[in-house]
Every structure is written in C-alpha cells, then in structure tokens.
Design a protein around this ligand. Structure first.
Ligand code: CO
Ligand code: ZN
Length: 328
C-alpha cells in the first residue's frame, strides 16, 4: 500500500488533467483485469468479468488545484480555483504545474486576514517579467499542491489523498480479488472535484445493477470539530447519505452484514455537505441502487490530508468480501 500511495499522491492530476494518474493506475491493474479501457472523457474502466450482476465501483483520480487567469507585467499570476480550494489553505504552500514549474502564494496588503480572498492573492513563480513568466506558464494552466506522502504511526499524510486513497483501495481490491461471480467494473473517474462528471458518463455506458463510490469522508475527531461521529482508525464508513445521494437501504444494509460477518470495523457516513460519485451513478437511466464505502480523512482539501492505514486495509477487506458475496 505504501508504494502505491506514495506513487499516486506524488502525481500531478487536477480535474481535466488526470493522464499521469490514469497511466500509473492502468499499469497496476491491467494484469489483474480482463479488459481495461479509457472512455472519451478519460475515465479508466477496469473490467473483471463475471456472470452475475454488474457492480460499478468508482474512485476519482482528480485532485483540486488552481488555474492561471492572468499574468501581470511583473510576472505575477492571478488565479481561480479548480474544485473546493479555500484561500487560507494556500498560504505558505508550494504548488507545481504540469511542466514542473513551482509557484508559491503571496497576497496584497490586508488590514484584516479575514479579507483574504483569491482576488487579493497571486502566485509567484520567480519570474521577473510577463515575458519570463509566459515562457513557463500560460493562461489556463493548472497547478496542484506539491507535498510528498509521509507516515506518522498508523497515519498516512499527503496531498491528494482525496481521492488517491480511494484509488489505492480499488487497485488493491482488483489485485487481490482472484475471482468473483459478479461482473465488476472498477472505474477510476475524472472531474469529480468539479461536479462528479466522469462518474456520470461512465455509469451511463456501463449501466450497472449496483453502484458504489469509494472516496474519503469528513471526520469529527479533532479538537472542537463540527459534530460528526466519524473518527480515524475506527473503520471505513458505510454511506447513509451525502449531499448528492441517499444510499439505497439494501446496499447500506448488505454492507453492514458483510462487515459484521467478517469482523470488519465500520462506521456510518452521514454527510450534509459534499457529494461523491454515488450521486450521478444512482440517477443513471432508470436508477441504480447505490451507496458508498469511504475512508475517514482529516483536513480534506488541504496539502496535508490524513488517513489511517488500518482504515484503508479494512476498506480493502470490506470491498473484497462484499464484491464476492453481494446479491442485487
Ligand atoms: Co474532494
Ligand atoms: Zn473525493
């Protein structure tokens, strides 16, 4: 898991530019699948054939980032966000563009730090003029956090664990699942962070009988956190609801049964804000019974997202057991 996660979190992959992540995942799953295809939007669909119902799992490859909107004559870049980025998360951070150009953030004079808005901020790539800056970046280029994975006890800390942690879990499931009576489509989706777009088109073409999103979820286990019963290290979560889906009761209950019968710890995910790929999947065509298995994560959408190693291992166990036993 360490090797997979180190590799995946290091890769550049903001929404719409998932190709490095896709290539890496393709290499890891291809020997373990019957067929691996890339659809027109860029989703990677890994198919493990079975005679049973079609089960679709989705983990998104993309991460949040910042996009260049203007370059001034001194060579400073103005930017907008790609996905859920907040200004205060950017202070003191280093970002990297696709071609390896590094940038850091600065801001105009502020009377109050509460006035920190994207409009007051800029990216400094070390250029001294517009011409010099334009040799390295263009309008529309996107940068992502530059931060390698580290271990801290039972925790992994990195940028992009949302949702490379989910991708790593799915990769492990595909590698370890020798055979399944069910017809499994593991989809590594694009553009989740800008509105769960890749899951929409891939679910349309697959027409699954059951859908599961594998993503990270918010926790409430830090000092004076908003009320949320989910904590790191207490098991993967079984989705009850998020802002885009009410998990189908049959999916939720069958996941609980599998967790109980295999002695796998689990928690319930009840999210007010934030959706996952389960949203578009369950609204496909005449509807798809859907739910999700999530990995509890602290500091989501920061450069230092944190998950528990045992939660990830238990998510792999839960999904493997579920995929081989579930009846739709
Ligand atoms: Co996210
Ligand atoms: Zn996510």
């Amino acid at each position: 898991m360490k090797e997979i996660l180190t590799k995946l979190t290091r890769l550049y992959g903001p929404s719409g530019h998932e190709e490095f992540v896709r290539d890496a995942i393709k290499e890891m799953v291809e020997p373990h699948c019957d067929e691996v295809i890339v659809d027109p939007l860029g989703n990677l669909i890994a198919h493990k054939k079975g005679s049973g119902p079609k089960l679709m799992l989705a983990a998104h490859m993309d991460e949040i980032g910042v996009m260049v909107t203007d370059i001034d004559k001194e060579g400073f870049l103005r930017f907008t966000k790609v996905g859920g980025v907040s200004p205060h998360q950017l202070l003191g951070q280093r970002v990297v563009f696709k071609n390896g150009t590094f940038g850091v953030f600065g801001h105009e004079k502020l009377d109050d730090i509460k006035d920190l808005k994207f409009e007051k901020m800029f990216i400094d790539i070390g250029a001294t003029s517009r011409e010099e800056a334009e040799e390295k970046v263009s309008l529309g280029d996107v940068a992502v956090f530059d931060r390698d994975l580290v271990e801290a006890g039972d925790r992994w800390i990195a940028k992009g664990l949302d949702d490379r942690a989910g991708c790593a879990v799915l990769i492990k499931v595909l590698q370890e699942l020798s055979s399944s009576p069910n017809d499994i489509y593991a989809v590594f989706t694009v553009q989740e962070e800008v509105g769960t777009r890749g899951a929409k088109t891939s679910a349309y073409s697959i027409e699954p009988d059951l859908g599961l999103a594998v993503d990270v979820t918010l926790v409430g286990d830090t000092p004076k956190a908003p009320t949320n019963a989910v904590a790191l290290g207490k098991g993967p979560t079984i989705k009850v609801k998020d802002a885009l889906v009410l998990a189908h009761p049959q999916v939720k209950e069958s996941l609980v049964e599998v967790a109980k019968s295999h002695g796998i710890p689990y928690q319930f995910e009840i999210l007010d804000n934030g959706g996952t790929d389960a949203g578009p999947i369950h609204l496909t065509k005449s509807g798809v019974k859907s739910g999700g298995v999530s990995i509890p994560c602290r500091y989501v959408h920061s450069p230092t997202e944190m998950v528990s190693k045992t939660d990830m291992d238990n998510a792999v166990k839960l999904l493997k057991a579920y995929l081989t036993s579930v009846q739709v």
